[in-house]
Design a protein around this ligand. Structure first.
Ligand SMILES: Cc1ncc(COP(=O)(O)O)c(C=O)c1O
Length: 391
C-alpha cells in the first residue's frame, strides 16, 4: 500500500524485493533483513564481470579496484566519515574481535575496560577475552528497570585507567536507544576510546560518527538490506597509531585498508554499493526512520491487552523493535503459529544480550517484532489481527 502522507512509497519499495512478493510478511529484520533484487543483481554481475584481485593492469582487476573505492566512499557517506576510515570484514563480530585486539595490543595489566548490560555479546565477549589475555579489569554498566543505561553507574566506573568504553547505540532485543553523544563525551573526558556497536541502530536511524563523537563504530549491512558483511569506522585520529595485525606487504595507508585482512569480498562490496543506492532511492535514512516510527506506533497501539511489552513503554527512546510475551501462550508457540499464517517473527531467549536477559527476567523466550521500511500498514494490521486471535 502507498502511504501518501509519508515520504516512503511502500508499494514501489516492495516491488524492489522478490522475496516480499510471495505473501510473506517479514517482521524479523533485526535478525537479518530482506535484500532488494538490485543487491542480488550487483553481486551476480560482479562474479560474472569482475572476478580478479586488486592491482593488476587488466580490465577485471581495475573493476574490482573501482568497486572497493566506491564501496568505501558510499560507506563513508552513510556514516559521515572519510573513505580511508572504513574497514570491511566478514561481519561485525569478526571485525570487533580483530579491532579490539589491535586497539588493545599495548594495553597494560591493570588497565580498565567498560562494557554495558544492554549490549549484544559481540560487543562484550571480545573485551572479556582481551581482558582475560592481558589481565585487564572489566566493568559492566548496569541497566535501569526501563532498559535505559544507568549513566550515574557509568560515570562511577570511569577512571584514568579506562581505555575503552564499549556500548551499543540501540538494543537488538528491546530497541532501547542510548545517549551516544553524551556517552562518547564521558569516555573522552576520562581519556578512553568511545566504541559503538551500531548494528541495530544503523538499520533505523541516520548516523554521523563525527557528531556522535565515536572513535570506532561497527555495523552490519545485512541488517539494512545489504549483503552479509561487517563495516567498521575507525577514526584516523586514533587508528593511525595502531599497530595492526597485518601482512608485511600490506601498505600502511589508507588506515581502513591496513586494518582489514586479506582479499576483499568484491562481489559483496558491489552488493553493498547497491544497498546504499537503494536506501537513498527510497528516501534516505531520515525518511525511513520517520516512516518506520509511524508503523511502530501503529503496532504498539494495537497490541492485545494480554501482551507484556519489555523495555520502554512507548517508541520514545527506542527504534521500532518490540519484545513481548502474550499471556498463557509461550513465545515459541506464538512464533510457530504466526509462521503458519505467513508471518516471519522470531522467538528467542537472550538475543545474545546476556546482561539484559538477566535484567528482564522473563522465563524462557519472548517474541521480537521488528519493523523495516519495506513493511506496510496493512501488514501491521494483519499481524495485529493474528496476534489478537492467538491472544
Ligand atoms: C546489536 C548487534 N550487535 C552485534 C551483532 C553481531 O553482528 P554480526 O552478525 O554482523 O556479527 C548483532 C547481530 O544480530 C546485533 O544485533
Amino acid at each position: 500500500m502507498t502511504t501518501s502522507s509519508l515520504a516512503i512509497d511502500t508499494a514501489e519499495v516492495r516491488r524492489r524485493f522478490s522475496s516480499l512478493s510471495r505473501g510473506f510478511h517479514f517482521f524479523d529484520s533485526p535478525g537479518g533483513s530482506q535484500a532488494p533484487d538490485s543487491v542480488a543483481e550487483a553481486i551476480a554481475r560482479t562474479v560474472r564481470d569482475a572476478s580478479a584481485n586488486l592491482g593488476a593492469p587488466y580490465e577485471t582487476s581495475r573493476r574490482v579496484g573501482a568497486i572497493l573505492e566506491q564501496a568505501e566512499q558510499s560507506a563513508a557517506r552513510f556514516l559521515g566519515c572519510s573513505p580511508g576510515e572504513i574497514t570491511f570484514g566478514l561481519n561485525m563480530t569478526t571485525l570487533n574481535f580483530a579491532l579490539s585486539r589491535t586497539a588493545g595490543r599495548h594495553w597494560q595489566s591493570g588497565d580498565e575496560l567498560i562494557v554495558t548490560a544492554l549490549d549484544h555479546d559481540a560487543n562484550v565477549a571480545p573485551w572479556l577475552a582481551l581482558a582475560a589475555d592481558k589481565d585487564l579489569t572489566v566493568h559492566t554498566v548496569r541497566c535501569n528497570d526501563d532498559t535505559t543505561l544507568d549513566l550515574d553507574d557509568l560515570r562511577s566506573k570511569l577512571s584514568s585507567r579506562t581505555r575503552v568504553l564499549a556500548f551499543t547505540w540501540a538494543s537488538n532485543a528491546v530497541g532501547t536507544i542510548t545517549q551516544a553523544r553524551e556517552i562518547c563525551a564521558l569516555a573522552h573526558e576520562a581519556g578512553a576510546l568511545a566504541w559503538i556497536d551500531a548494528v541495530h541502530y544503523a538499520a533505523h536511524e541516520p548516523i554521523d560518527v563525527v557528531e556522535a563523537g565515536a572513535d570506532v563504530l561497527l555495523c552490519s549491512p545485512y541488517k539494512f538490506c545489504g549483503p552479509h558483511l561487517g563495516i567498521a569506522f575507525a577514526s584516523e585520529r586514533v587508528a593511525r597509531d595502531w599497530d595492526a595485525y597485518k601482512t608485511r606487504p600490506t601498505p600502511e595507508l589508507p588506515t581502513g585498508r591496513r586494518l582489514a585482512t586479506g582479499t576483499f569480498p568484491f562481489e559483496s562490496l558491489a552488493g553493498l554499493i547497491a544497498c546504499f543506492e537503494h536506501l537513498q532511492e527510497v528516501g534516505g535514512m531520515a525518511a525511513i526512520c520517520d516512516y518506520e516510527r509511524t508503523l511502530g506506533e501503529q503496532l504498539l497501539a494495537g497490541l492485545p491487552d494480554s501482551a507484556t511489552l519489555y523495555g520502554l513503554p512507548g517508541l520514545d527512546g527506542r527504534v521500532p523493535t518490540l519484545l513481548l510475551n502474550l499471556d498463557r501462550m509461550p513465545a515459541r508457540e506464538v512464533s510457530r503459529a504466526l509462521a503458519e499464517r505467513g508471518f516471519g517473527v522470531w522467538s528467542g531467549d537472550t538475543w545474545y544480550s546476556l546482561g539484559l536477559y538477566e535484567r528482564l527476567g522473563y522465563e524462557g523466550e519472548a517474541l521480537r517484532i521488528g519493523i523495516a521500511h519495506y513493511n506496510d500498514a496493512s501488514e501491521v494490521d494483519a499481524l495485529l489481527e493474528a496476534l489478537a486471535s492467538l491472544a
